[in-house]
Design a protein around this ligand. Structure first.
Ligand code: PHE
Ligand code: CO
Length: 295
């Protein structure tokens, strides 16, 4: 019962992707094994130590406020009591990645899908799909932050709309999610800090995104981000840096329909490219970048 219920694999432009049942499932907390809890504990300890001084204060404080700790895999019901009171979000258990429209609809209704199963001990460093550690450790804390909580809902509403507009709009919106929710950096008084969930749940990338000379770090620019392709199988070539969650929220508040129109005449930008018009914080050396195509 600690194995996910995969339905089938589907071949897409991003490779073979597992498709799961879209049903909301009760978190089978009593069925987690000692090994499952040990995986949580190991990853929690390792990432928390790594993130002090690297993740933004909001992330660390929210994690503490929710009582997410190394003790054992948290119960969704316990977290929901706090989350519902603070920002009105509810965690729901799912088997894994959802079809885009289901995902958007959950977010639009302030429901955050969390994969209920956790990776195996031999997968501590890398997993090609989200598991409980990524979803819960990485995504859930900032749902306690009122501005970020609103951003996630607005993104879901925007996703439902983009789905009705077409594949290009959807791809552009997905790039925004990628470079903010998953791989975003934020400028603070103490220096650059991480807020993206894809980074905080990855040991290697937590260091690389801040300390490596290889990647570009560019100031956040909405349309620029929506044109930028990305890598799903390596560390990022470029990170976009926001100044505050307020900035992110106000940049994304307008109706995107005119933006999607405007973007029709603009080419996509490869993941590693720096433009003359970019707000360059650091220009990457590109060392160690894979040369094959990004999405
Ligand atoms: N304002 C966007 C729209 O009209 C919705 C959105 C909000 C998208 C926040 C992303 C993030 O489509
Ligand atoms: Co994620």
């Amino acid at each position: 019962m600690t194995q996910p219920q995969r339905v089938e694999h589907q071949s897409t432009d991003k490779g073979s992707v597992p498709i799961y049942t879209t049903a909301v499932v009760e978190q089978p907390w009593d069925k987690y094994t000692a090994t499952d809890h040990e995986v949580w504990r190991t990853l929690f300890r390792r990432q928390r130590d790594m993130l002090v001084g690297r993740a933004c204060r909001e992330f660390l404080d929210c994690q503490d406020e929710m009582g997410i700790s190394e003790a054992n895999i948290p119960r969704f019901a316990d977290l929901n009591a706090l989350l519902e009171a603070k920002t009105g979000w509810t965690l729901i258990g799912v088997q894994g990645l959802l079809p885009e429209l289901d995902f958007f609809e959950h977010l639009a209704n302030r429901r955050f899908p969390v994969t209920w199963w956790i990776r195996r001990p031999e997968q501590l460093d890398y997993l090609s799909e989200p598991d409980l550690f990524h979803d819960l450790f990485g995504h859930v804390p900032l749902l306690m932050n009122p501005i970020f909580a609103d951003y996630m809902q607005a993104y879901g509403q925007g996703g439902v709309k983009a789905q009705g507009i077409g594949p290009d709009a959807l791809a552009q919106l997905t790039r925004l999610y990628w470079y903010t929710v998953e791989f975003g950096l934020i400028r603070t008084d103490e220096g650059l800090r991480i807020y993206g969930s894809g980074i905080v749940s990855s040991g290697g990338e937590s260091r690389y995104c801040l300390e490596s000379d290889a990647p570009n770090r560019l100031g956040f620019d909405l349309l620029r981000v929506m044109r930028t392709r990305y890598r799903i199988d390596t560390f990022q070539k470029t990170y976009f840096v926001i100044d505050s969650f307020e900035q992110l929220m106000s940049a994304t508040l307008p109706d995107f329909v005119p933006y999607y129109e405007q973007l029709k005449s603009l080419p996509t930008i490869p993941a590693g490219t720096v433009l003359d018009t970019d707000l360059v914080i650091t220009r990457g050396t590109g060392e160690g970048w894979a040369t094959d195509a990004d999405f």
